[in-house]
Write a protein that binds this ligand. Structure first.
Ligand code: ATP
Ligand code: MG
Length: 478
C-alpha cells in the first residue's frame, strides 16, 4: 500500500511532535494532549509489527472528561488536521438507535471510509498528476484543433480556418494542406497541433472557448426530497446507479475547461476497486473516530427520547469492541479503529454510561478548568487567537486594533470572574466578552478608516462598566 499519510510522514509524528503542534492552538491541557498523541503514535507503531502480532494489538480507546469550553473539541479538531490519518468527529447526539428514524451509529464507519477515500485519492493524485496533466493537455488540443484528418473533416476545417484568420499570415501551409493529398493533410494537421501546443503551453489560449461533454450525476436534491436528510447513503448510491446517466455539452474557456478535463482524466486513471480497498485498509488500521458529547447519551429517567439514547450506547458497543460493518465500499472491520470519546459530564458521571461501554474506554483523561493566566495566553498566543481574528477582520475596513498587555489581562480577569460568579462556560466566555467590548468599533468601523483603536484596560472597563455593575444584566449578556 502506498503511504497516504501526511507528507512529512507519520514517522516524524512522534508524541512530542504532536503535542508541540497541538500547543500552537490549545493552551494547557497537557495530559489530554499527551494521551491522544500516544494513541496516535501507537497506530503507527502497530503498523511496524509483524502481521501476527499486529492482529493482537487493539487500540486503547480514550475518554476525555472536562468542563465545557476548555478545549476538548478543539483538541479533536486540531488532531484531525495534523494526523493525516482518516479521522472523523461526530456528535454522539446525532445518532438514533437502530430501527428508529435517523442516523444509526454504523454511518460513522461509512463516513470514516469516505474520509479515507479522500486521502487515498489525494495520494494517487500526486502519483498520477503528470499523466493526467498530459492527457488533459491532449484533450484540450483535440478540442482546439478538432479531430485528426479523415475522422471529422468539416469540423477541423472550420477550426483551422478560424485559426488562420486570427493568426493572419503565417498559416498558409495549413490552408493549402487542406485541399491536398492525405499525407500532406496529416502533415499540416500535425503542424497545426504542434503550433497550438506551444501556444497552449505559453498560456496564449487561455481565453479561447472550447466545447466538451460532461457527465451529469443525477441530482442528489431529488433523492433528498424522496428520503429526507436521513436517507441512507448506500440506498442513495444504489438509486444513483439506476438513474440514467446524462451527459451534456458545455462551453468554457480553456482555463476553466482545463480543471474539469483534468478531473475527468484523473478519474479515468483511478481503479475504483483498488481505491476502495486501499481506503478500507487505511480506515481499519489508522482510522480515528472522535465521539463528542458522549455524556449526552446517558439516560436520566429512562423515558421517551432517553430510551433511544440508551439504545445508541448499546449500538456503539459492537463497533467499539470490533465488528464488521457493510458499506458500499466493502466490508470494514472496526477492531483496530481508535475511538476517542469526550464529554463534559457535569450532570452525569462516566460511571452512568453502560458498564460495558465504560470498559471499552480504558484511558481516562481529565481536562482542567481554565484560570485567568490561561485566558491571557489563549487571547495572545495562538496564531489564530481571537484578538488576532478581530484585528484582521477590522483591518479589512482600514481600522487598526491594538490590544495592549494590560487590556488582554483585563479581559482575562473579567472572563475568569464571570465564570466564577455566573456559569462557567470556559474559554467561550472570551467570545461573548470580546464581542461586547468591540461591538461599538465593529459597527462603526466602515466610517472610521485609518483609525487606530487601542484596547487597553481602561477601554475594556469603559465598554463593560454598565454590564458588570449589574449582575442580572451580565448574566444575560456576557
Ligand atoms: N485550552 C484552550 N486553548 C485555546 N483555546 C481554547 C481552549 N479551550 C477552549 N478554547 C476555545 O474555546 C472554544 C470552545 O472550546 P471547545 O469547543 O474545545 O470546548 P469543549 O471542551 O469541547 O466544550 P463542550 O463540553 O461544551 O463541548 C473554542 O473556540 C476554543 O478555541
Ligand atoms: Mg465540545
Amino acid at each position: 500500500m502506498t503511504n497516504p499519510v501526511s507528507p512529512s510522514g507519520p514517522a516524524d509524528l512522534t508524541p512530542a511532535r504532536i503535542v508541540q503542534l497541538l500547543d500552537q492552538y490549545i493552551i494547557g491541557q497537557t495530559a489530554a494532549k499527551r494521551s491522544v498523541a500516544v494513541a496516535v503514535r501507537n497506530r503507527w507503531r502497530r503498523q511496524q509489527l509483524n502481521e501476527e502480532l499486529r492482529q493482537e494489538v487493539n487500540p486503547k480507546n480514550i475518554l476525555m472528561i472536562g468542563p465545557t469550553g476548555v478545549g476538548k473539541t478543539e483538541i479533536a479538531r486540531r488532531l484531525a488536521k495534523i494526523t493525516g490519518a482518516p479521522f472523523i468527529k461526530v456528535e454522539a447526539t446525532k445518532f438514533t438507535e437502530v430501527g428508529y428514524y435517523g442516523r444509526d451509529v454504523e454511518s460513522m464507519i461509512r463516513e470514516l471510509v469516505e474520509n479515507a477515500i479522500v486521502l487515498v485519492k489525494k495520494e494517487l493524485q500526486i502519483q498520477n498528476e503528470a499523466t493526467a496533466t498530459q492527457r488533459c493537455e491532449e484533450r484540450l488540443l483535440d478540442l482546439l484543433c478538432g479531430p485528426p484528418p479523415h475522422s471529422a473533416h468539416s469540423q477541423r476545417t472550420e477550426l483551422a480556418s478560424d485559426m488562420s484568420a486570427d493568426e493572419s499570415n503565417d498559416d498558409g501551409a495549413t490552408e493549402s494542406g487542406m485541399e491536398s493529398a492525405k499525407s500532406i493533410e496529416t502533415d499540416s494537421y500535425a503542424k497545426l497541433r504542434s503550433k497550438m501546443h506551444s501556444k497552449l503551453r505559453a498560456g496564449q489560449l487561455e481565453e479561447r472557448v472550447v466545447e466538451f461533454r460532461i457527465e451529469q450525476k443525477s441530482s442528489p436534491m431529488m433523492f433528498g426530497a424522496l428520503g429526507g436528510d436521513h436517507m441512507d447513503r448506500d440506498m442513495q448510491s444504489m438509486l444513483e446507479k439506476f438513474m440514467p446517466k446524462s451527459s451534456k455539452t458545455k462551453k468554457a474557456l480553456v482555463k476553466d475547461a482545463r480543471k474539469v478535463l483534468f478531473e475527468q482524466e484523473f478519474e479515468k486513471l483511478l481503479d475504483e476497486d483498488q481505491v476502495n480497498s486501499q481506503a478500507i485498509a487505511l480506515a481499519e488500521n489508522l482510522g480515528i473516530i472522535f465521539l463528542d458529547e458522549i455524556d449526552k447519551l446517558v439516560a436520566s429517567e429512562g423515558k421517551g427520547a432517553d430510551v433511544s439514547r440508551q439504545g445508541v450506547q448499546r449500538d456503539l458497543l459492537p463497533l467499539v469492541e470490533g465488528t464488521i460493518v457493510n458499506t458500499r465500499y466493502g466490508q470494514v472491520r472496526t477492531d483496530h479503529i481508535l475511538f476517542v470519546a469526550a464529554g463534559a459530564f457535569h450532570k452525569h458521571q462516566p460511571s452512568d454510561l453502560m458498564p460495558e461501554l465504560q470498559g471499552r474506554f480504558p484511558i481516562r483523561v481529565e481536562l482542567s478548568n481554565l484560570i485567568e493566566d490561561d485566558y491571557v495566553r489563549i487571547l495572545s498566543e495562538p496564531s489564530s487567537s481571537l484578538t488576532r481574528q478581530y484585528a484582521a477582520l477590522l483591518e479589512t475596513e482600514g481600522v487598526r486594533l491594538d490590544f495592549t498587555a494590560d487590556g488582554i489581562r483585563q479581559i482575562a480577569r473579567h472572563a475568569f470572574q464571570l465564570n466564577q460568579t455566573t456559569q462557567n462556560i470556559g474559554a467561550r466566555r472570551l467570545h461573548t466578552l470580546l464581542e461586547r467590548i468591540l461591538e461599538e468599533i465593529s459597527f462603526t468601523a466602515p466610517d472610521h478608516q485609518g483609525r487606530i483603536t487601542t484596547v487597553d484596560a481602561a477601554y475594556v472597563d469603559a465598554r463593560l462598566k454598565d454590564l458588570l455593575a449589574d449582575q442580572d444584566l451580565s448574566r444575560f449578556i456576557l
